[in-house]
Design a protein around this ligand. Structure first.
Ligand code: ATP
Length: 282
């Protein structure tokens, strides 16, 4: 018996599959027949201007809202109508744009909560009466998550005393401790400076090597997206307008047009283009 989200053998591990998913809020079509795959072993980007439907996609994947049409599958299993906790038990974890750490707790306790919550999800009474073996397992998994996210040195620090960059890593470690195999990360670099963002990207890439994970990444920082995503889907006004590799997205006129008017991202795309053309030239 396992206390972590159920894992499937690698040959079945297609990760997350979204097929023809649409979401309507009343009369407003917020997502229009989106299909994407976030397989294990890859960071898949989901980008688009504000209001494009990225968070709506995440909510349809995690079960916070029900799609109007379409199918969501996890490791080949149809979970379109499954409750959020069932999807979590099947291995789907998520972080939120707005971080929610327990400020009065230490970093270690915050990360351990990721594992404890996963265990409580499978058998609620275990949360109240933790067996000694479970405590040891929580401790071991917590240590591993702290190490993978390079925050072992912060373990005893109170969460309230952390910088935004450190908080983002604690949040990541918490979802890693949960043992999920497919992670949905919602703007994890929000509030980070360039150096912290680059470090965060390196840690994500390291995670991918250390664990067989699939990551679906919603992110506004184009340099991070272009560097770490193996494949990228682009939404605009709820419609999937483009998909491809970083290079294909970078040079797509359609994508550029979608971002016109969004100055912050436009500038980032241009900066990214500039730096990559310099790298190519060098
Ligand atoms: N609960 C809701 N009720 C009605 N409309 C909503 C609701 N949530 C989102 N919307 C609308 O659906 C569209 C998609 O919103 P969504 O939050 O998914 O976009 P987003 O790409 O995540 O945007 P951002 O980058 O700003 O977070 C937007 O037009 C938004 O105003």
């Amino acid at each position: 018996m396992t206390d972590s989200p159920s894992r499937k053998p690698a040959k079945e591990s297609r990760g997350l599959e979204v097929e023809g998913v649409s979401v309507r809020y009343g009369g407003h079509l917020a997502l229009d027949t989106l299909s994407l795959t976030a397989p294990l072993g890859r960071i898949t980007g989901l980008i688009g201007p504000n209001g494009a439907g990225k968070t709506t996609t995440f909510n349809a994947c995690t079960g916070l809202l029900r799609p109007t049409t379409g199918t969501v599958r996890l490791f080949g299993e149809d979970v379109t109508h499954a409750a959020p906790q069932v999807r979590a038990q099947r291995g789907l974890g998520r972080t939120f744009q707005r971080m929610e750490l327990f400020d009065s707790l230490t970093v270690r306790a915050n990360v351990a909560l990721g594992r404890e919550a996963a265990m409580a999800g499978s058998k609620p009474w275990r949360h109240l009466v933790p067996a000694r073996g479970n405590r040891a397992r929580v401790s071991e998994v917590t240590d591993q998550a702290l190490e993978l996210c390079d925050i072992t040195h912060l373990a005893t620090r109170q969460a309230a005393a952390l910088s935004t960059g450190q908080r983002r890593l604690v949040e990541l470690a918490r979802v890693i401790a949960g043992g999920f195999q497919v992670l949905l990360l919602d703007e994890p670099s929000s509030g980070l400076d360039r150096v912290e963002t680059a470090r965060f990207g390196e840690i994500l890439e390291g995670l991918l090597e250390a664990r067989e994970l699939g990551i679906l990444l919603v992110e506004h920082d184009m340099s991070l997206v272009m560097k770490i995503c193996g494949y990228i889907h682009v939404l605009d006004f709820g419609k999937p307008i483009f998909e491809g590799t970083a290079e294909q997205v970078r040079t797509s006129e359609l994508v550029r047009a979608a971002y016109l008017g969004d100055e912050s991202v436009e500038t980032e795309v241009e900066a990214e283009e500039h730096s990559s053309s310099q790298t190519r030239a060098g």
